[in-house]
Each structure stands twice: as C-alpha cells, then as structure tokens.
Design a protein around this ligand. Structure first.
Ligand code: ARG
Length: 442
C-alpha cells in the first residue's frame, strides 16, 4: 500500500487493517470526495503545482471514477485505509499529484460537511411531506370541528379540537425543520487549506474552492477545521429530537387505537397480526418507530462520548462519526413511515367527542365562567367547582353540564342559565382558541 512505502517497512497486520479501515463505512462519501478532489485539482493548477494538462487528466480521471463507482461500488474495494486513499490509488500514477496542500484530515472534514448539508436538506424535505400528510389527515377528518380530549398526567383534561391536537405535531416538526435549516447554514464553511491541522504552505485559492463546492465561507482556524465535529453532533441531536417527536406521535396513536380508547383505526395495510391470537390487529410499525427513536438517541449520545475526551486536534477516533449516515437514513425513513400512517388513519369522531364531553372536562371552563362572569376570585372559583365535581361524581354524572341549575345554585347561588352555553365544549374550545389568537400566540 502506497502510504506505507516510506516511514514503515512492514505491511499492516491483516486483522489490524480489517479493524482500522473505514473504507466500507466511507462509501457514502465517494461522490463528495470526488467533487472535492476536482475542486482541489483546479486550485493546484491555479497555484502552479500541477500543469493544466495534469489538472485536466486528474479531473477526467475523477469523473470517470465517479461513473464507475455509481455502476459498481465494489469497484473501490481495496486494502486502502479509507475512501480518500482508495480514490487516490484508483487514479493511478497521476493520482500521486493530487494530495499536495491537503491532508485526509481536512479532506474528511470537507466531505462530512458536504454530506451533512445535503442530508439535512433531504430530511427537511421528508419532514415537510410529513407535515403535509398530517394537514391532509386533519382536513379530511374535519378536524377544526371535531372534539377530542387533551390529556395531562394521562388523565382527561379539557376538550380541544382535533386540529389543535394534530397542529401540535406540526409545530414540533416545524421547529425540527428550522433547526435543520440553521444547521445547514452553520455547517456550510470550507475546512480545506488546513492540512493536517497547522495549515499548508501551498497557496490554494480557497475562495475559488469554496465557490466551486457551494460553501458560504472559509473556516479560518485550521485546528478548528480538522478537529471539530460539532456539526455532526448537532445533526445527530436534531435527529434525535425529531425522532422523539415521532416516537411520541407513535405512542399517542398506539394508545388511541386500543379498544379502550378507540379514537383512531389504523388501516389493515399498516397493521400486523399475531401468530397465535387470530383477533389481533397490531400497530407494529408505530412500536418500531418508538424503538428506532431509542437507536437514534443512542447514536447522538455515542457521538458526544466519542468526542468528549479527545485532545486537539485530529484523532482517529473521529472516524467513527460515520454512524451519522445510518442515523440520517433512518430518520428519513421514519418520516416516510409516519406520513404513510397519517394517510391510513381513520378518526373515530363519535368516540373522541364522547370522551371530550365526559370526565368533567368542562370544570376548568366553569371555574373561568365564575371568574369572568361572576367576578369570583379564581382560587375560590376553583374550590367551588371542585365541590360541584364531587357532588356530580356522587350522583353518577360525568360533566358539570349534567348538573341542573338548581343543583349548581346550591353551591354557587350566583350561577345563571347562560353558564351552560359558556361551558358547552364547542363554545369553550372556540373561545379559548380565539383568545389564544388575539394574544398572537398562535
Ligand atoms: N478515515 C479517516 C476518518 O474518517 C480519515 C482521516 C484519516 N486521517 C489520518 N490521519 N489517519 O477520520
């Protein structure tokens, strides 16, 4: 192997090579490495390190290599350390001219930055599609009018609209997309020109390379350029937050599809059954979304611990940052799975609405009625409403609205007939939504 011909006199132990080589895990970097090498050849030509005809030869060799690898990725397999050496070796003799003014340390940093900005953009697009699928599910269910209870502590809290429930998911996803967009901006800085970590004496036109590769700026400090992986850690954290969002959506749907809740039915196309219990229609894909999220959180925390003990600047440990590739792929597939689920879901509106009207979900609205309409201090209003709930439970009622005006007046003499309109879930929901909009908090 060409790299070992100088300082080292013996071949690398086969088992050690197998252990240390990253070639297989690097394959996704091939198109970036080639694009980067083409830009580097242009810069070497401009710096007078290689001639125009050498540069042309390198560029055409790199382009041909790209096509060959696309047709047959196995073509690259060799006993090279990594993708960078494998590509250089496949170029033959002319490849030996390519490495002037760069190190694999700034090279891999550049590949990874190019990869992360692309992968973040793809994930953003998948998330946007998922948001749209949620919106379509909402509209086709008539979500603005459909009532559903919102839960706190997993106990029925108040009635809300299905649109508000589904809208919460869309807001989570909107922030996930924002975070990816911000990351794409931050990551889009060129690390080349840093060499192994101290820079290079070869004057490369970095502005030219940056513009050829679509970078918005140049990383000034060469040690920073080769030693930082914060953009990968950040990408992994954004992915884990996103996956936690999907895991929570999955959890809601799993609970809501039980016969105990029966708020949603998942179509047979996305359900599975049991090998022994013939009646089962299970939400396996949702459970696996939940478990995939644990895997993604694992990758994120793995990258944190990978980096936390490393001294400046480059250390080979960093080679293990390639896990981000499988994380990003898994995140995209989770978004697609969830979008399919959204297209295969039926909301059982009668059951949702029945639950939204029962379980004293009108109690907080009644307490607000006392404060807003009767000027009763909220703490006192809360106490009086609690007493009415107690009375209602004892009588087998399931809502404040089930108590007659006379029964209510025994505890709250100020109460009037108009309270029933005030606390009726459809009215209360719209009033609360209206107030929220006026506050500009939507
Ligand atoms: N495969 C290495 C990585 O991904 C590339 C850089 C290797 N640099 C070195 N000096 N050994 O980090």
């Amino acid at each position: 192997m060409v790299l070992r011909e100088g300082r080292l006199t013996k071949e690398l132990n086969v088992e050690i090579r197998r252990f240390t080589s990253s070639l297989e895990k690097d394959m996704f970097l091939a198109p970036y490495d080639i694009r980067q090498s083409i830009a580097h050849a242009h810069a070497l030509e401009k710096a007078g390190i290689i001639s125009t005809s050498e540069s042309k030869k390198l560029v055409s060799g790199l382009k041909k290599l790209k096509i060959k690898i696309e047709k047959n990725p196995a073509f690259l397999s060799s006993d090279a350390d990594d993708i960078h050496m494998a590509i250089e070796e496949k170029l033959g003799k002319i490849g030996e001219k390519l490495h002037a003014g760069r190190s694999r340390n700034d090279q891999v940093a550049c590949d990874m930055r190019m990869y992360v900005r692309d992968a973040a953009l793809s994930l953003e697009a998948e998330i946007e599609k998922l948001q749209r699928a949620i919106k379509v599910a909402d509209i086709s269910a008539g979500g603005e009018k459909a009532l559903i209870p919102v839960y706190t502590h997993m106990q029925r809290a108040q009635a809300v609209t299905l649109s508000t429930h589904l809208g919460a998911y869309r807001s989570w996803l909107q922030r996930d997309r924002q975070r990816l967009g911000q990351l794409r901006k931050r990551v889009n800085m060129l690390p080349l020109g840093s060499g192994a970590s101290a820079g290079t004496g070869i004057k490369l036109d970095l502005e030219m390379i940056a513009s050829e590769l679509g970078f918005e700026g140049i990383i000034e400090n060469p040690i920073d350029a080769v030693s930082s992986r914060d953009y990968i850690q950040e990408f992994a954290s954004i992915i884990s937050v996103f996956s936690v969002h999907l895991s929570r959506m999955a959890e809601d749907l799993i609970i809501f599809s039980t016969s105990e809740f029966n708020f949603v039915s998942l179509s047979e196309e996305i359900s599975e059954t049991s090998s022994i219990m013939p009646q089962k229609k299970n939400p396996d894909c949702m459970e696996l979304v939940r478990s995939a999220s644990s895997r993604l959180c694992g990758i994120s925390s793995g990258l944190m611990t990978l980096m936390k003990g490393l001294p400046l600047s480059y250390n080979r440990d960093m080679q293990d940052d390639k896990q981000i590739y499988s994380a990003a792929g898994l995140a995209c597939s989770l978004a697609r799975v969830m979008a399919i689920v959204m297209k295969n879901i039926t909301f059982n509106k009668e059951n949702m609405e029945k639950a939204a009207r029962e379980g004293f979900t009108d109690a907080a609205d009644f307490a607000e009625y006392l404060t807003l309409k009767k000027g009763i201090d909220f703490r006192q209003a809360h106490r009086l409403t609690g007493l009415l709930v107690l009375d209602g439970i004892a009588k087998g009622y399931r809502a404040i609205a089930h108590l007659s005006l006379d029964e209510i007046k025994e505890t709250v003499p100020e109460a009037e007939e108009s309270l029933y309109d005030f606390i009726r879930p459809e009215n209360a929901v719209q009033r609360r939504l209206g107030v929220k909009k006026e506050e500009g908090n939507e």
